[in-house]
Ligand binder design. Structure first.
Ligand code: FCB
Length: 475
């Protein structure tokens, strides 16, 4: 910790409405490629993001994850920072190219050693490790063999999951297979906004299926190896028709909800793709890649569903609108431009949409325990003259969304935890370092970490297991 912000703390009783249930898990999240750097160290192979960053015009200002937050070398300091914030839990991802540089075949033990040290460091500080096996850094060699459009990648993923579990399974209780397969499939193979930068609707749906199959195969393997808790993290959209009274808008919302939500949730939690989505996919690709028995594999029981939420979607029917590249088959569907307050990345702020989303999953997929595995806001805040980062806008965002979680809990949603995105500023994919989501500020020149006011506020929220009535601490 390099700076402290004075925080008024008090033990006055809180109104019951602003307390979280006992045992609620408080954490923060990161991802390997976004923070680690050290891309050429200890035998790591190239990932699709290394390649993508080197392709001109793909990533803001030609930024790369080569150094990022240099977490690979600074993990001890970073874990100390987490402990200082009082985090009970830390969600991090494993870089597959560190473990199997070619995606399949020989295991690079030096890669496993790094996560072994990190995991021990966390446990030594009383922080529960929550591992995500895939947060988008696919080994380039697997992409060269077809990537997620190929069934081989799903099979390779299950093997990789077993390798990591064999090394960390004695200490890691919670295993998340994938982070946001929607992004991997639709941004990676549809709009090409993310690595590998492919733009092919048929590949989108093959990728959706092979990601889900990879999850199912890995979930089964993890379970039989003794994993205590198995999960997947989605970014389900909180999608609404712009005019709920207008049948064409409702129809537009059905399609978008299908592509973003039901295409994942239904096979995962009900064991089959929805009929309308099968028909939708079949417009672009022969569905023979969905083999008999695949949906049963995808339907492997999970212990908790990870939900990442940032912003709502409102859609309407607008004849003549071309299909969105990241939503094949949405000709005639328009997304409303954000209205009202937005964050720096242009995302509309609407906490009530999070409550709506959690309520909906609870209603349509009953009995699904959930965790918020990411939620947070990008603001370009830097240090003020006093050296501190007064990010009241981020505090307001987090406070509003935590209240939205409490509302969902009061409606009966089984919500078990909350992970802020992100522990620290980091490489924000196609946006490079231009967007800052951290509770902790990172100076990329010096690698100095400075907790923002939001970090101190969050520390107090964790300590109280609740929010103050004012929604502010330390003002
Ligand atoms: C999510 C990603 C995470 C981060 C946030 C802002 O989609 O999972 O890595 O980029 O968005």
């Amino acid at each position: 910790m390099t700076a402290t912000v004075s925080v008024e703390s008090s033990d006055e009783p809180l109104a019951s409405g602003v307390r979280f249930p006992d045992g609620f898990v408080w954490g923060a999240a990161t991802a390997s490629y976004q923070i680690e750097g050290a891309v050429n160290e200890d035998g790591r192979g190239p990932s699709i993001w290394d390649t993508f960053c080197r392709t001109p015009g793909r990533v803001h200002a030609g930024h790369t994850g080569d150094v990022a937050c240099d977490h690979y070398h600074r993990y001890v300091e970073d874990v100390a920072m987490m402990a200082d914030l009082g985090l009970a839990s830390y969600r991090y991802s494993i870089a597959w190219p560190r473990i199997q540089p070619d995606g399949t075949g020989p295991v690079n033990t030096r890669g496993l050693d790094f996560y072994d040290r990190l995991t021990d460091e966390l446990i030594g500080k009383g922080i529960d490790p929550v591992v995500t096996l895939y947060h988008w850094d696919l080994p380039q060699s697997l992409e060269d063999r077809g990537g997620w459009a190929s069934r081989e990648t799903a099979e390779a993923f299950a093997e990789y999951a077993q390798i990591v579990h064999a090394r960390l399974g004695d200490r890691v209780r919670t295993w998340t297979t994938l982070n946001e397969p929607w992004c991997s499939a639709y941004l990676g193979y549809g709009s090409g906004r993310h690595a590998p930068g492919v733009t092919d609707p048929a590949s989108v749906f093959k990728a959706v299926h092979h990601l889900l199959l990879g999850h199912g195969l890995a979930a089964r393997a993890l379970r039989s190896a003794g994993a205590q808790s198995v999960s997947i993290t989605l970014n389900p959209a909180s999608v609404l028709p712009l005019d709920p009274e207008n049948a064409a808008d409702v129809e537009a919302a059905r399609i978008v909800d299908g592509l973003n939500n039901r295409i994942f949730l239904d096979p995962l939690l009900r064991g089959q793709y929805p009929d309308d989505m099968r028909e939708h996919m079949a417009r672009f690709v022969d569905l023979s890649f969905i083999r008999d028995g695949d949906e049963a594999i995808i339907n492997a029981p999970i212990d908790v569903l990870g939900v990442n939420y940032y912003t709502p979607s409102y859609v309407s029917a607008k004849p003549g609108t071309p299909s969105a590249p990241d939503a094949p088959g949405t000709d005639g569907v328009a997304w409303r431009e954000p209205v009202g307050p937005i964050t720096d990345i242009g995302w509309q702020i609407e906490p009530a949409a999070l409550t709506r989303l959690l309520d909906r999953i609870h209603r349509d997929y009953p009995g699904t325990p959930m965790m918020i595995t990411e939620n947070g806001a990008s603001y370009g805040d830097g240090p003020s003259e006093d050296g501190a980062i007064h990010d009241t806008n981020r505090i307001e965002y987090l406070d509003g969304h935590l209240r939205a979680c409490l509302d969902a809990i009061s409606h009966g949603v089984d919500l078990r935890g909350y992970f802020a995105w992100s522990l620290m500023d980091n490489f924000e994919w196609a946006e490079g370092y231009a967007k800052r989501f951290g509770l902790v500020h990172v100076d990329y020149t010096t690698q100095q970490r400075v907790p923002k006011d939001s970090a101190r506020w969050y520390q107090e929220v964790i300590r109280r297991n609740g929010l103050t009535d004012q929604g502010r601490i330390g003002e």
